[in-house]
Design a protein around this ligand. Sequence first.
Ligand code: ATP
Ligand code: MG
Length: 589
Amino acid sequence: MTWQPIIKSAHDWKVPPNLRDYEATRREFSWAQARLALEGLPSGRGLNIAHEAVDRHAAGPRAARVALRCIAQDGGRQEITYAQLAEQSNRFANVLRQLGVGKGERVFALTGRIPELYVAALGTLKHRCVFSPLFSAFGPEPIRTRLALGECRVLVATEPLYQRKVAGLREALPSLEHVLLVRGRGQAGDLPGTRNLGELLQEASSHYTIEPTDPEDFALLHFTSGTTGTPKGAIHVHEAVVAHHATGRLALDLHDEDVFWCTADPGWVTGTSYGIIAPLVCGVTSIVDESDFDAERWYRLLQDERVTVWYTAPTAIRMLMKAGAETARPHDLRSLRFLASVGEPLNPEAVVWGRAALGLPFHDNWWQTETGGIMIANYAAMDIRPGSMGKPLPGIEAAIVQQQADGSVTEVTEPDVQGELALKPGWPSMFRGYWGAPERYRACFANGWYLTGDLARRDADGYFWFVGRKDDVIKTSGHLIGPFEVESVLMEHPAVAEAGAIGKPDPVAMEVVKAFVSLRAGYQPSDHLRRQILAHARTRLGAVAAPKEIEFLPSLPKNRAGKIMRRLLRARELGLPEGDTSTLEASDH
Ligand code: ATP
Ligand code: MG
């Protein structure tokens, strides 16, 4: 997909990018060197994420800098400096100590994006427990399975979330010993089996010395999005902070004075790696918005908070596109310096739309819960080929591999050949296992490669292009078609807001492409429109890859991370069981 013109990035520089010369940086880069940019615990006692994220700054010139600016649902703002965050997280670590919670035990959070979540995350890491944030919109069942799988010992929750989603499950969760509640105004009296977090924090000491932390000590347990099946719990270690810092600087181009907004919830890995850790380690100010997506509110936030670096997701960008560029126009977005996107393929239309509506293009980057940090990115200094994920980070070896009949894999060296995207293990934020599923972990590796489950190709200049998930790829008349390519072409049509393509069994072609489409405001489904969209797709894609069928839907089924669930479109089309739907958006149940 190269029909969108290349975007020359140099036009957009407002300050010189951290990564100026990609090839030279790649040659010179080593993770050992990257680690030297961090401090380590005093007296060589190891490496702890929370020390690098807050204590290091709290003890230096950045102590009074705002670390988090939290915007509440009612618009109220609370600023927390690095010094305050260090102190608050010390208190939380002391609470865990007083409760007798030991190293490596799991502390979960179910709070939404409120200051206590960040305090709990950092305090948990200080106390060398494993932190696992849950997405607050999950229903009781996905919450129960995660708490049970992770053998949660401590849960931090808001009172309403606890009452609605966990209180009735306590008997089914024997490992859950301590529930620490964040209480809103007017909520009085202790619920049975819970403690008041606010009171515990107030009583706890504000001094805490982090015990020696081995960089390989477990730090985070993150569940995947459940797009392809049952969510898996990926384990990350303290060493990951080296990658969070390096990628924050190199891929998100964070500079000291930045105001950064990562829109992801910490319940997804992006919201922890880049909504908590990376910006703090880089010492910038982060915006934390308690509310969910709203185009008008988001533009106002970007304007009023003078956000400079913005990290969001294709699903949000598509919603902004749906709302129309006019919604952006009244706002002054000149503070913005760098826009990035992750989580799903970013259609070329969306990259270019950013330029037109916000004044800057979106920089797509690719990674997974398992990789813990950004692996492939469009850098600030790099020309963008819309539709491409960019190039591997310095320190990351990525390849296209193909599986042989005996299960081994071989690397494809020629350009433009489709295969599975594979990474050479060894970067610091690589997952160390799937919690409770060692065979599933082992199955991810072959011939010294980590196999990502995504299909991609690399062009002659080293840019990687996402094709689709291995499970989503469509086999038609002897060709392999990636749904992303079909969907991106459909998105070019002015009536199309979202598209999802699947393979539908066909006696002749094996599969044919079927597309599901939702329309932008102002368009109505009709046979005429269907024919128009089909004709557009045929012209752009040719007869083989073009959809044979288009079905209009009011919206596409997405999981709570906002990702289109093609496996569900397929199951529904074929009348098959829907499989694990624990992360499905409520409206689609
Ligand atoms: P599960 O593994 O449970 O099916 P998931 O893979 O969606 O869920 P995540 O780890 O949150 O869970 O998502 C990583 C996946 O998201 C990648 O493997 C890829 O398929 C997709 N993805 C992420 N970023 C991009 C991107 N920039 N372009 C294309 N796809 C992306
Ligand atoms: Mg996955």
